[in-house]
Design a protein. Structure first.
Length: 163
């Protein structure tokens, strides 16, 4: 449990995930991002070899250069990734997972497996929730207008848009 003194000192108690200063919570915030997961997976697939920054960016569709740089800097600072720079013009920068990073990949692989195994259930839950929201909006609209609502269909909402 976090004490007031710990909060006042700006440091949380390890293991108290409800405390924003908890080191465990802060680490989970860093390693729980999609870009961290993708970077670790990409580097694990290449292990024990190194991967150049440009190749990492190419293998991670959608990541910006800045976001990849921030992600790799964080992983390096946490000791999960090692960075090597060749002093060429321009510099060639290489990354590789450390032993600690490889151990994180094991945990992330389990999370990916869980997601793949349960994605159909999650999709069904999304569809049910979207249907309930749509039905609730239609009912609210019908009550406020005194009749049925045709505006949703005109905006492309409903079954025709895959909801």
């Amino acid at each position: 449990m976090t004490t007031r003194g710990d909060r006042d000192a700006g440091r949380g108690v390890r293991g108290d995930l409800f405390d924003p200063w908890c080191p465990t919570r802060q680490l989970l915030d860093r390693i729980g991002t999609k870009w961290t997961s993708m970077a670790v997976k990409t580097l694990a697939d290449a292990a024990p070899d190194e991967v150049r920054f440009a190749e990492l960016k190419r293998r991670m569709p959608g990541v910006s250069q800045k976001m990849l740089s921030v992600t790799l800097r964080s992983l390096t600072r946490d000791g999960l990734v090692s960075r090597r720079v060749e002093p060429t013009v321009p510099p060639r920068v290489f990354y590789r997972l450390t032993e600690l990073g490889l151990s994180l990949e094991v945990a992330l692989a389990g999370l990916r497996t869980w997601a793949e195994e349960h994605m159909a259930e999650i999709d069904r839950a999304h569809q049910a929730a979207d249907h309930e929201i749509h039905e609730g909006q239609a009912a609210d609209s019908a009550l406020s207008t005194g009749g049925s609502d045709t505006r949703g269909a005109a905006r492309g909402m409903g079954p025709s848009c895959g909801v």
